[in-house]
Design a protein around this ligand. Sequence first.
Ligand SMILES: [Zn+2]
Length: 295
Amino acid sequence: MPELPEIETVRLQLAKVLPGKKIRKIEILKLKSFQGKKELAEGKEVIGVKRMAKVLLIDLAGDIDIAIHFKMTGQLVFEPAVQKSTKYEVPSAKGRIVGGHPTKDFTGELPSKHTRVIFRLDSGTLYFNDQRLFGWVMVNSEFKIQNLKFLQNLGPEPFDITGEEFEKLVSRSKRPIKLVLMDQTVISGVGNIYANDALWEAKVNPRRLANTLRGNQYKELYKSVLGVLREGIRYGGATAADAKYINLHGLGGHYQEHFRTYDREGEECLREDGGIIHKFSLGGRGTYFCPVCQR
Ligand SMILES: [Zn+2]
Protein backbone atom coordinates (compact mmCIF):
# COMPACT_ATOMS: atom_id res chain seq x y z
CA MET A 1 0.00 0.00 0.00
CA PRO A 2 1.55 3.33 -1.01
CA GLU A 3 2.18 5.60 1.97
CA LEU A 4 2.57 9.36 2.19
CA PRO A 5 6.19 9.49 0.92
CA GLU A 6 5.26 7.41 -2.14
CA ILE A 7 2.33 9.71 -2.98
CA GLU A 8 4.43 12.81 -2.35
CA THR A 9 7.11 11.41 -4.67
CA VAL A 10 4.70 10.93 -7.57
CA ARG A 11 3.18 14.35 -6.85
CA LEU A 12 6.58 16.03 -7.13
CA GLN A 13 7.28 14.26 -10.43
CA LEU A 14 3.86 14.91 -11.98
CA ALA A 15 4.08 18.55 -10.91
CA LYS A 16 7.02 18.87 -13.32
CA VAL A 17 5.16 17.57 -16.39
CA LEU A 18 1.39 18.06 -16.05
CA PRO A 19 0.89 21.82 -15.53
CA GLY A 20 0.09 23.55 -18.79
CA LYS A 21 -1.19 20.37 -20.43
CA LYS A 22 -4.86 20.01 -21.35
CA ILE A 23 -7.10 17.02 -20.53
CA ARG A 24 -8.47 16.13 -23.93
CA LYS A 25 -10.58 13.14 -22.98
CA ILE A 26 -11.20 10.82 -20.05
CA GLU A 27 -11.90 7.17 -20.80
CA ILE A 28 -13.50 5.15 -18.00
CA LEU A 29 -12.75 1.47 -18.41
CA LYS A 30 -14.17 0.42 -15.04
CA LEU A 31 -17.18 2.27 -13.64
CA LYS A 32 -16.40 1.24 -10.06
CA SER A 33 -13.10 3.15 -10.26
CA PHE A 34 -14.66 6.48 -11.18
CA GLN A 35 -16.88 9.01 -9.42
CA GLY A 36 -18.14 12.40 -10.49
CA LYS A 37 -18.48 13.94 -13.95
CA LYS A 38 -15.68 13.50 -16.43
CA GLU A 39 -17.10 16.31 -18.61
CA LEU A 40 -16.07 18.79 -15.91
CA ALA A 41 -12.41 17.98 -16.58
CA GLU A 42 -12.40 17.47 -20.34
CA GLY A 43 -10.96 20.44 -22.19
CA LYS A 44 -9.46 21.91 -19.02
CA GLU A 45 -5.85 22.82 -18.43
CA VAL A 46 -3.84 21.44 -15.51
CA ILE A 47 -2.82 24.20 -13.10
CA GLY A 48 -0.92 22.14 -10.52
CA VAL A 49 -0.63 18.87 -8.64
CA LYS A 50 -1.43 18.84 -4.93
CA ARG A 51 -1.90 16.31 -2.19
CA MET A 52 -4.21 15.97 0.80
CA ALA A 53 -2.86 13.20 3.01
CA LYS A 54 -2.69 10.18 0.68
CA VAL A 55 -5.04 11.64 -1.94
CA LEU A 56 -3.42 13.13 -5.02
CA LEU A 57 -5.21 16.16 -6.45
CA ILE A 58 -4.77 17.34 -10.01
CA ASP A 59 -5.87 20.95 -9.95
CA LEU A 60 -7.60 22.10 -13.15
CA ALA A 61 -8.64 25.49 -14.44
CA GLY A 62 -12.09 26.62 -13.29
CA ASP A 63 -11.82 25.25 -9.74
CA ILE A 64 -12.16 21.64 -10.86
CA ASP A 65 -10.07 18.89 -9.24
CA ILE A 66 -9.26 15.33 -10.15
CA ALA A 67 -8.79 13.38 -6.90
CA ILE A 68 -6.98 10.04 -6.97
CA HIS A 69 -6.94 7.63 -4.04
CA PHE A 70 -4.50 4.75 -4.50
CA LYS A 71 -5.71 2.56 -1.61
CA MET A 72 -4.08 -0.91 -1.74
CA THR A 73 -2.96 -1.31 -5.33
CA GLY A 74 -3.62 1.92 -7.24
CA GLN A 75 -0.91 3.30 -9.47
CA LEU A 76 -0.39 6.15 -11.93
CA VAL A 77 1.73 5.99 -15.03
CA PHE A 78 2.37 9.05 -17.17
CA GLU A 79 3.55 8.25 -20.64
CA PRO A 80 4.91 11.18 -22.62
CA ALA A 81 3.80 11.61 -26.21
CA VAL A 82 5.58 9.18 -28.53
CA GLN A 83 8.17 10.84 -30.74
CA LYS A 84 7.85 9.93 -34.42
CA SER A 85 11.28 8.37 -34.59
CA THR A 86 10.60 6.03 -31.69
CA LYS A 87 7.09 5.08 -32.73
CA TYR A 88 7.95 1.45 -33.39
CA GLU A 89 10.10 0.91 -30.35
CA VAL A 90 9.07 -1.77 -27.89
CA PRO A 91 7.24 -0.08 -25.02
CA SER A 92 9.68 0.55 -22.23
CA ALA A 93 10.10 2.57 -19.08
CA LYS A 94 11.65 5.36 -21.13
CA GLY A 95 10.43 8.74 -20.09
CA ARG A 96 7.62 7.36 -17.95
CA ILE A 97 6.65 8.72 -14.58
CA VAL A 98 5.28 6.04 -12.31
CA GLY A 99 3.88 6.03 -8.79
CA GLY A 100 1.82 4.04 -6.36
CA HIS A 101 1.74 0.28 -6.04
CA PRO A 102 4.64 -1.17 -8.07
CA THR A 103 3.76 -3.83 -10.64
CA LYS A 104 4.85 -4.90 -14.10
CA ASP A 105 2.50 -2.25 -15.49
CA PHE A 106 5.17 0.33 -14.54
CA THR A 107 7.20 -0.94 -17.48
CA GLY A 108 4.74 -2.97 -19.58
CA GLU A 109 2.47 -1.99 -22.42
CA LEU A 110 -0.49 0.23 -21.51
CA PRO A 111 -3.41 0.14 -21.26
CA SER A 112 -3.25 -3.23 -19.50
CA LYS A 113 -5.99 -5.39 -18.01
CA HIS A 114 -5.55 -3.36 -14.79
CA THR A 115 -6.09 0.02 -16.44
CA ARG A 116 -9.27 1.60 -15.03
CA VAL A 117 -9.17 5.22 -16.19
CA ILE A 118 -7.22 6.82 -19.04
CA PHE A 119 -6.58 10.56 -19.22
CA ARG A 120 -5.74 11.56 -22.78
CA LEU A 121 -3.81 14.81 -22.65
CA ASP A 122 -2.93 17.14 -25.50
CA SER A 123 0.56 15.74 -25.03
CA GLY A 124 0.97 12.37 -23.37
CA THR A 125 -1.33 10.00 -21.50
CA LEU A 126 -1.95 9.36 -17.81
CA TYR A 127 -3.10 5.87 -16.81
CA PHE A 128 -4.77 4.94 -13.53
CA ASN A 129 -4.24 1.23 -12.96
CA ASP A 130 -5.58 -0.73 -10.00
CA GLN A 131 -5.48 -4.51 -9.58
CA ARG A 132 -7.77 -4.87 -6.59
CA LEU A 133 -10.22 -2.06 -7.38
CA PHE A 134 -10.25 -0.34 -3.98
CA GLY A 135 -8.77 2.86 -5.38
CA TRP A 136 -10.71 5.52 -7.21
CA VAL A 137 -10.63 8.62 -9.37
CA MET A 138 -13.05 11.46 -8.77
CA VAL A 139 -13.74 14.55 -10.84
CA ASN A 140 -15.63 17.31 -9.11
CA SER A 141 -15.44 20.93 -8.01
CA GLU A 142 -12.52 21.78 -5.78
CA PHE A 143 -15.02 22.72 -3.07
CA LYS A 144 -16.86 19.38 -3.16
CA ILE A 145 -13.63 17.38 -3.07
CA GLN A 146 -12.08 19.32 -0.21
CA ASN A 147 -15.27 18.82 1.77
CA LEU A 148 -15.42 15.06 1.32
CA LYS A 149 -16.23 13.61 4.70
CA PHE A 150 -13.22 11.33 4.93
CA LEU A 151 -10.86 14.21 4.11
CA GLN A 152 -12.57 16.38 6.72
CA ASN A 153 -12.07 13.63 9.30
CA LEU A 154 -8.32 13.41 8.75
CA GLY A 155 -5.99 14.61 11.44
CA PRO A 156 -3.17 17.04 10.57
CA GLU A 157 -0.01 15.82 8.87
CA PRO A 158 3.09 15.66 11.07
CA PHE A 159 4.66 18.33 8.84
CA ASP A 160 1.89 20.77 9.77
CA ILE A 161 2.08 20.58 13.56
CA THR A 162 4.58 21.34 16.32
CA GLY A 163 6.08 18.85 18.76
CA GLU A 164 3.75 20.12 21.49
CA GLU A 165 0.68 19.63 19.30
CA PHE A 166 1.91 16.12 18.43
CA GLU A 167 2.21 15.27 22.12
CA LYS A 168 -1.25 16.63 22.85
CA LEU A 169 -2.80 14.62 20.02
CA VAL A 170 -1.22 11.23 20.75
CA SER A 171 -1.09 11.33 24.57
CA ARG A 172 -4.89 11.53 24.78
CA SER A 173 -5.18 7.89 23.84
CA LYS A 174 -4.76 4.78 25.95
CA ARG A 175 -4.28 2.57 22.91
CA PRO A 176 -0.86 1.17 21.86
CA ILE A 177 1.25 4.01 20.48
CA LYS A 178 1.72 2.36 17.09
CA LEU A 179 -2.03 2.17 16.50
CA VAL A 180 -2.40 5.82 17.46
CA LEU A 181 0.40 6.87 15.09
CA MET A 182 -1.37 5.03 12.27
CA ASP A 183 -4.85 6.34 13.13
CA GLN A 184 -5.46 8.77 10.27
CA THR A 185 -8.08 10.68 12.27
CA VAL A 186 -5.41 11.56 14.87
CA ILE A 187 -2.47 12.24 12.55
CA SER A 188 -2.61 11.61 8.83
CA GLY A 189 0.11 10.22 6.64
CA VAL A 190 1.89 7.70 8.87
CA GLY A 191 1.43 4.18 7.51
CA ASN A 192 2.82 0.86 8.66
CA ILE A 193 6.37 1.07 7.30
CA TYR A 194 7.10 4.51 8.70
CA ALA A 195 5.34 3.86 12.03
CA ASN A 196 7.57 0.84 12.63
CA ASP A 197 10.74 2.70 11.76
CA ALA A 198 9.86 5.87 13.68
CA LEU A 199 9.21 3.86 16.86
CA TRP A 200 12.59 2.17 16.52
CA GLU A 201 14.30 5.55 16.01
CA ALA A 202 12.63 6.89 19.16
CA LYS A 203 13.32 3.63 21.09
CA VAL A 204 9.65 3.21 21.95
CA ASN A 205 7.97 -0.19 22.14
CA PRO A 206 5.04 -0.31 19.64
CA ARG A 207 2.80 -1.79 22.37
CA ARG A 208 3.38 1.04 24.84
CA LEU A 209 0.13 2.80 25.62
CA ALA A 210 0.14 6.23 24.00
CA ASN A 211 -0.56 8.07 27.26
CA THR A 212 2.36 6.45 29.10
CA LEU A 213 5.40 7.73 27.20
CA ARG A 214 7.88 9.37 29.52
CA GLY A 215 10.09 12.45 29.58
CA ASN A 216 11.06 13.59 26.15
CA GLN A 217 9.84 10.43 24.39
CA TYR A 218 6.99 12.33 22.74
CA LYS A 219 9.45 14.87 21.41
CA GLU A 220 11.81 12.11 20.23
CA LEU A 221 8.97 10.27 18.54
CA TYR A 222 7.77 13.41 16.81
CA LYS A 223 11.28 14.05 15.46
CA SER A 224 11.56 10.42 14.36
CA VAL A 225 8.24 10.50 12.51
CA LEU A 226 9.31 13.62 10.61
CA GLY A 227 12.74 12.09 9.99
CA VAL A 228 11.58 8.81 8.47
CA LEU A 229 8.88 10.49 6.35
CA ARG A 230 11.40 13.01 4.99
CA GLU A 231 13.87 10.24 4.32
CA GLY A 232 11.12 8.28 2.55
CA ILE A 233 10.44 11.26 0.29
CA ARG A 234 14.16 11.79 -0.32
CA TYR A 235 14.56 8.17 -1.47
CA GLY A 236 11.43 8.33 -3.62
CA GLY A 237 9.39 6.16 -1.27
CA ALA A 238 9.65 2.44 -0.71
CA THR A 239 9.17 -0.08 -3.47
CA ALA A 240 7.76 -3.35 -2.18
CA ALA A 241 10.03 -6.36 -2.05
CA ASP A 242 7.94 -8.22 -4.61
CA ALA A 243 8.83 -5.68 -7.25
CA LYS A 244 12.59 -5.47 -7.03
CA TYR A 245 12.90 -5.81 -10.80
CA ILE A 246 11.39 -2.33 -11.06
CA ASN A 247 14.71 -0.96 -9.89
CA LEU A 248 16.39 -2.50 -12.92
CA HIS A 249 14.57 0.14 -14.93
CA GLY A 250 15.53 2.90 -12.55
CA LEU A 251 11.93 3.12 -11.36
CA GLY A 252 10.53 2.89 -7.89
CA GLY A 253 11.88 4.24 -4.64
CA HIS A 254 14.85 3.21 -2.52
CA TYR A 255 13.67 3.68 1.06
CA GLN A 256 13.44 -0.12 1.40
CA GLU A 257 17.25 -0.15 1.43
CA HIS A 258 17.05 1.96 4.59
CA PHE A 259 14.41 0.10 6.61
CA ARG A 260 15.27 0.07 10.35
CA THR A 261 12.94 -2.70 11.47
CA TYR A 262 10.31 -3.08 8.77
CA ASP A 263 10.60 -6.39 6.89
CA ARG A 264 13.71 -7.33 8.96
CA GLU A 265 12.30 -10.11 11.17
CA GLY A 266 15.08 -12.28 12.63
CA GLU A 267 17.82 -9.86 11.60
CA GLU A 268 20.07 -8.00 14.00
CA CYS A 269 19.11 -4.56 15.26
CA LEU A 270 21.08 -1.82 13.52
CA ARG A 271 22.29 -0.52 16.89
CA GLU A 272 25.36 -1.98 18.49
CA ASP A 273 24.36 -4.21 21.42
CA GLY A 274 20.83 -4.34 20.01
CA GLY A 275 18.70 -7.47 19.87
CA ILE A 276 17.07 -9.47 17.11
CA ILE A 277 14.14 -7.88 15.34
CA HIS A 278 10.86 -9.52 16.34
CA LYS A 279 7.65 -9.51 14.39
CA PHE A 280 4.12 -9.73 15.74
CA SER A 281 0.68 -8.58 14.68
CA LEU A 282 -0.82 -5.43 16.16
CA GLY A 283 -4.20 -4.26 14.93
CA GLY A 284 -3.81 -6.74 12.09
CA ARG A 285 -0.59 -5.20 10.75
CA GLY A 286 2.90 -6.64 10.77
CA THR A 287 4.79 -4.98 13.62
CA TYR A 288 8.57 -5.14 13.89
CA PHE A 289 10.64 -4.08 16.87
CA CYS A 290 13.85 -4.60 18.79
CA PRO A 291 13.05 -5.92 22.29
CA VAL A 292 16.40 -4.64 23.59
CA CYS A 293 16.29 -0.97 22.64
CA GLN A 294 12.55 -0.33 22.33
CA ARG A 295 10.99 0.02 25.76
ZN1 LIG B 1 17.88 -2.60 19.12
